[in-house]
Design a protein around this ligand. Structure first.
Ligand code: NAP
Ligand code: ZN
Ligand code: ZN
Length: 352
C-alpha cells in the first residue's frame, strides 16, 4: 500500500514529502491509520546521523496513536475502529530470555529488537516510523489506548517519553518515602516529573532553564533546582534515592552523582551525540553510588503505564504542529524550547 510520509535523505537534507510502501496485513497484523505522532529527540539524533548507522531515506516517529483500519485473520485483541498506540519497537525475536520476560527492548536475539524506524539494531531491512499516514504492525507490538478521544494527541508521547521514564522509576522503586530527581525538563523530563509525582515520590526537577521553574512545579515537582546554581545544587547533596537524567547533551555527571545518598542510583536515559566527560570515581566509591542506564520499556510495562495514565488522567503537555513544520520544531528542540512535546497532527500530511 502506497503511503504518504515525510523523510530525510541524508544527515543534512531537510525533511520532504516521500512515499513508502506499507504491507497489507498478514494474519497477525494490525493496519493503523496514524492520527498523531510525537516528536522525540531520538528522531532528531537519528535523522541527522548523530548516532551513526542510519539507513536513508529515514522516516522517524515512534510515538504513534491511530485507529485500526483492518486486522489479520489471527488478530484477537484488536478490531477496526479501535484506538491503538505503537511505540519504539515493532518486533523482536520473541524467544530469548529478555523477550520471555516482556523486556523486548533488551532482546538477545541475533539482531535485537526491530525499531519502529531505522530497522533492527543488528542491521537488516529498514523500517519507517510514524511521520506517515499509516503503519502495519504485528499485534504483539500494538498497545491499547484507554484515553478519551480529546486526549489522544497528548497521549502520543507516552509511547516513548512516558515509558522511558516510567520503566526506570518502577525498576528503581520510586514511590512514597523516596526522593527522586529528574534532570532536564524536555519531552522525557516533563513526563518523568508527572509520573514520579503520580507514583508518590518526593520529586525534584533540575533544569538549565530558570524560566521553566513555575512550569515544573505545575507538572508536579515538589522543588525545582536551577542546575547552574552551585549553592542550590549543594543544598541537596547526598539526599537522592534516584536521579533520572534525560539531558540530550554531554555534561558533567559528577554534579549530580554528588546529590545521591548512599546506594543511590543515577539512571542515564539521555543519549548525547558526544560522550559525557568520564565521571569521577571518588564520589561513587565513598557512598556506593551507581550510574546506570535504561532503554525505553517492554511491551507489558508500556501497557501498564498507558493504563495507569488513562486511569489517573495523565497525558503529555503538547504543542501541536503540522508535518510541514518539522524542521522548525527540530530547531526549537535544539534550543530546549519545547513545552513540552511537539506532536504532529497527521491530518496535515494529507495536504502535502
Ligand atoms: P528534549 O525534549 O530536547 O529535552 C532534553 C532536555 O535536556 C532539554 O529540554 C533541556 O532541559 C535539557 N538540555 C538540553 N541541552 C542541555 C545541555 N546542553 N545541558 C544541560 N541540559 C540540557 O529531548 P527528549 O526527547 O526528552 O530526549 C532526551 C534524550 O533522551 C535524548 O538524547 C533522546 O535521544 C534520549 N532518549 C532516550 C531513550 C532511552 O530509551 N534511553 C528514549 C527516548 C529518548 P532544561 O531546559 O530543563 O535544562
Ligand atoms: Zn523516543
Ligand atoms: Zn528476544
Amino acid at each position: 500500500m502506497q503511503t504518504k510520509a515525510y523523510a530525510t535523505q541524508s544527515p543534512t537534507t531537510p525533511f520532504a514529502p516521500h512515499t513508502i510502501e506499507r504491507r497489507a496485513p498478514g494474519p497477525q497484523d494490525v493496519a493503523i491509520e496514524i492520527l498523531f505522532c510525537g516528536v522525540c529527540h531520538s528522531d532528531l539524533h537519528t535523522a541527522r546521523g548523530e548516532w551513526g548507522g542510519v539507513q536513508y531515506p529515514c522516516v522517524p516517529g515512534h510515538e504513534i496513536i491511530g485507529k485500526v483500519t483492518a486486522v489479520g485473520s489471527a488478530v484477537t485483541r484488536f478490531k477496526p475502529g479501535q484506538t491503538v498506540g505503537v511505540g519504539c519497537m515493532v518486533d523482536s525475536c520473541r524467544t530469548c530470555a529478555a523477550c520471555e520476560d516482556g523486556l523486548e527492548q533488551y532482546c538477545d536475539g541475533p539482531v535485537g529488537f526491530t525499531g519502529t524506524y531505522n530497522g533492527p539494531v543488528g542491521g537488516g531491512e529498514n523500517t519507517h516510523g510514524g511521520y506517515s499516514a499509516a503503519i502495519t504492525v504485528d499485534q504483539r507490538f500494538v498497545l491499547s489506548i484507554g484515553h478519551a478521544e480529546k486526549d489522544l494527541a497528548a497521549a502520543a508521547p507516552l509511547l516513548c517519553a512516558g515509558i522511558t521514564t516510567w520503566s526506570p522509576l518502577k525498576h528503581w522503586g520510586a514511590g512514597p518515602g523516596k526522593k527522586v530527581g529528574i534532570v532536564g525538563i524536555g519531552g522525557l523530563g516533563h513526563m518523568g516529573i508527572k509520573l514520579s509525582h503520580a507514583l508518590g515520590a518526593h520529586t525534584v526537577a533540575f533544569t538549565t532553564s530558570a524560566a521553566k521553574t513555575a512550569d515544573a512545579k505545575a507538572l508536579g515537582a515538589d522543588a525545582v533546582v536551577v542546575s547552574k546554581n552551585a549553592d542550590e545544587m549543594a543544598s541537596h547533596a547526598g539526599s537522592f534515592d534516584l536521579i533520572i537524567n534525560t539531558v540530550a547533551a554531554s555534561h558533567n555527571l559528577d554534579a549530580f552523582t554528588a546529590l545521591l545518598k548512599r546506594d543511590g542510583t543515577m539512571v542515564l536515559v539521555g543519549v548525547p551525540e558526544h560522550p559525557h566527560p568520564s565521571p569521577g570515581v571518588f564520589p561513587l566509591i565513598f557512598k556506593r553510588r551507581a550510574i546506570a542506564g535504561s532503554l525505553i520499556g517492554g511491551i507489558p510495562e508500556t501497557q501498564e503505564m498507558l493504563d495507569f495514565c488513562a486511569k489517573h488522567g495523565i497525558t503529555s503537555d503538547i504543542e501541536m504542529i503540522k508535518m510541514q513544520d518539522i524542521e522548525a520544531a527540530y530547531a526549537r528542540m535544539l534550543k530546549s524550547d519545547v513545552k513540552y512535546r511537539f506532536v504532529i497532527d497527521m491530518e496535515s500530511l494529507k495536504k502535502g
